[in-house]
Design a protein around this ligand. Sequence first.
Ligand code: ADP
Length: 303
Amino acid sequence: MGGRFLSMGECMVELSQAGAGLLRKGFAGDTLNTAWYARACLTKDWSVDYFTALGDDAMSDEMVAFFREAGIGTDLIRRIKAKAPGLYMISLKDGERSFSYWRENSAARQLAADPELLRTAIESADVVYFSGITLAILSRDDADTLLAEVRRAKASGKLVAFDPNIRPRLWSSYDVMHATITEGARASSLVLPSFDDEAAHFGDDSIEATIRRYRALGVPEIVVKNGADGVTLDFDGTQTFVPAERVEQVVDTTSAGDSFNGAFLARYLADRNAPEAARFAAKVAARVVSEHGALVAYDKLGI
Ligand code: ADP
């Protein structure tokens, strides 16, 4: 039985080097990436919608057309006058990638500024997905509004999934980051943290410590990702380790975690078998790290 999967956050314009002073344009952002892989992996009786705010410029129009082309619903996207999407550029120096961002003033910063639309969107969904980046880009008031709505969704029995996706640079202070990400997790029924981020920013000395911390917040379903070292699941207190797939040559790890999340949730929604969903997601993520870019074409995912 299908339903509606709603992913909430910011998609940006991506500019990458295309040689001889040329730049290639794409679109990406953590929650959009997860929507992309969820769409690729969910059955057709599921719809996938992206919830964000965009501007009234040509780039916003292109982005909407890109989502639609990918089969991602855009009806809930708010368009704001005289605004534009955020942008980032990938630079390559001696084989190392670095990122420059222009997102402080993006339309998506106001994605929760219309509480009625936010409520309608969440009420219309069966599954809600958001991340620490979704929370980081909002004003304190709007983050509180969004958290109150996801809390409501969790209380009504919906699956609310959250990836803390910790990016200290997006936050005004460590204290605000810790407090808000902790509230995001508390408002969720399933969390998908990455162990290296959790260790670096919450001081967890083991995967077990990460699981204990989220369990203490009342999160019943926990998926701790640990790169090539696989994932540890804790579902209602039952722990399972699922190894990563072996990859011949890792080409680009951008969106490894986002693709894992989308594929995991898609498969988990089919029959609520978490270890099976993690094995499937590891296969999809292995394909994704074997290709360039955040969004690997659906027909290259081997699904
Ligand atoms: P994030 O990008 O959120 O930090 P991870 O690095 O933990 O997430 O990667 C998410 C998933 O992607 C892993 O659980 C694993 O399945 C897959 N993955 C990531 N890196 C590799 C790798 N080098 N080899 C095989 N699989 C990988």
